[in-house]
Design a protein around this ligand. Structure first.
Ligand SMILES: Cc1cc2nc3c(=O)[nH]c(=O)nc-3n(C[C@H](O)[C@H](O)[C@H](O)COP(=O)(O)OP(=O)(O)OC[C@H]3O[C@@H](n4cnc5c(N)ncnc54)[C@H](O)[C@@H]3O)c2cc1C
Length: 383
């Protein structure tokens, strides 16, 4: 082991990486384990804040935590791009360094791939790209009449309820500006129901919720390309004045180059989050964890966090020469904002039985406050 103490190397300082690093450090001091987090960004922001930037209640600058804050916990942070993952030789190449490890956690998230849809970059906005959030806000404000199209362009995508939240937030923005009657909101999904991961009942509840605000849901719309002001689906076409797209998601390039995942897929894992390489784990959006033949664990921060906790427990056990037995519990709650500063809570237990159990609570302002608290808690406990 390096420097006589084990080295835990964590690739990615998002939900999963920060959860793992902090959980290990809570149990083991810097004289017992060295922990390094590598990320090309030097900041962390909770994913749903993008929707608040679109809404206009937040800016990027006042919503991030700096990863340099990890130093307080005696967790090293390296702000570099990860360029190669060589698992045979246990070597990670970053912009200027070669890093070795005793335990490796791959928590590099999912990358957005708008380039996979011809015409999208030129003719639409990316709802999930934080760099475009302010511009999306401005475009909604500028629009006096017409059609806003929200289009999911690939499955799986991060936080399945988020595009529906976005539609309800935009609905509220338009109402506040007194122009809701002149702007239509159309929602296009490749899926047959709103939230396949939640099952038909929850999907119906979400459909009712958005329909009650006159947001029109179009199912089974598989995108082919985008032209100026026009979506081209496999079997139909639709016009828009402003397109907000959720582009296809892929793993970062280095993951494919490492052989850990096949093209367009994610790293397959089980509930122990192990890869086929010893002491190499993968967690969060970069992975694919099957629950049933047709259902995988959704890409969400709460699940990346939960997987990180399980991996941390197993690494702590290994270092203490105890048996590693922790499994990801598959439980998580996700707040779905419903506009007008209210939110409902989607409570999920992925492994509760033959099928996941999913419950959707009523929309209340208390849930909205809890959502604000969820973000505060993550920033304060991790950084
Ligand atoms: C609009 C929106 C709303 C959302 N709302 C919720 C919600 O309410 N609840 C919830 O649980 N989840 C929500 N999510 C999803 C959540 O943000 C993600 O699922 C979560 O961030 C995944 O965590 P992760 O650790 O797997 O990846 P990430 O948090 O994406 O972290 C991956 C990190 O790896 C780094 N990285 C990648 N490639 C490289 C490289 N080559 N070199 C160096 N660094 C690299 C990235 O910079 C990044 O910091 C939302 C997402 C969006 C977009």
């Amino acid at each position: 082991m390096s420097e006589n103490i084990p080295h835990v190397l964590i690739l990615g300082g998002g939900f999963g990486g920060l959860s793992t690093a902090n959980e290990i450090r809570k149990s083991l001091s810097s004289s017992q384990v060295k922990i390094t987090v590598v990320d090309k960004r030097n900041w962390f922001m909770v994913g749903f804040v993008k929707l608040w930037i679109i809404k206009g209640t937040r800016t990027f600058e006042n919503s991030t935590g700096l990863l340099t804050g990890l130093a307080k916990k005696e967790i090293d942070f390296l702000n570099e791009e990860i360029n190669q993952i060589d698992l045979e030789n246990k070597n990670i190449k970053t912009t200027t360094k070669n890093l070795s490890y005793d335990f490796l956690i791959i928590a590099m998230g999912a990358a957005l791939a708008p380039q996979k849809i011809p015409g999208l970059t030129e003719n639409g906005m990316n709802l999930y790209d934080y760099k475009q959030s302010e511009q999306i806000h401005d475009k909604i404000k500028e629009l006096r009449s017409g059609i806003i199209a929200i289009s999911i362009m690939g499955m799986p995508y991060k936080c399945p309820p988020a595009p529906f939240e976005a539609s309800l937030i935009i609905d509220s923005m338009l109402r506040e500006d007194g122009k809701r009657d002149s702007v239509q909101i159309h929602f296009y999904s490749p899926a047959p129901i709103t939230l396949p991961a939640g099952g038909p009942e929850i999907s119906k509840q979400i459909l009712d919720l958005i329909s009650s605000e006159k947001i029109i849901f179009h199912d089974s719309c598989k995108i082919k390309s985008v032209e100026p002001n026009k979506l081209i689906f496999q079997n139909s076409e639709a016009n828009f004045d402003l397109l907000l797209a959720i582009p296809p998601h892929v793993a970062p390039d280095v993951i494919y180059e490492s052989g850990l995942a096949k093209e367009d897929n994610f790293i397959p894992i089980g509930r122990d989050c192990k890869t086929s390489f010893e002491n190499v784990y993968a967690i969060g959006d970069v992975t694919s964890l099957k629950v049933t033949d047709t259902i995988t664990v959704p890409k969400a921060g709460v699940f990346a966090e939960g997987e990180g906790l399980a991996v941390a427990q197993n690494i702590i056990s290994k270092i203490q020469s105890k048996e590693e037995s922790a499994l990801f519990d598959g439980k998580g709650g996700c707040f779905m904002e419903s506009g007008r500063d209210t939110a409902s809570l989607i409570e999920v237990d992925m492994f509760s039985g033959p099928k996941p159990s999913v419950k959707l609570t009523e929309s209340t302002s208390e849930n909205y406050d809890d959502k604000l608290q969820f973000e505060k808690d993550r920033l304060s406990k991790w950084l």
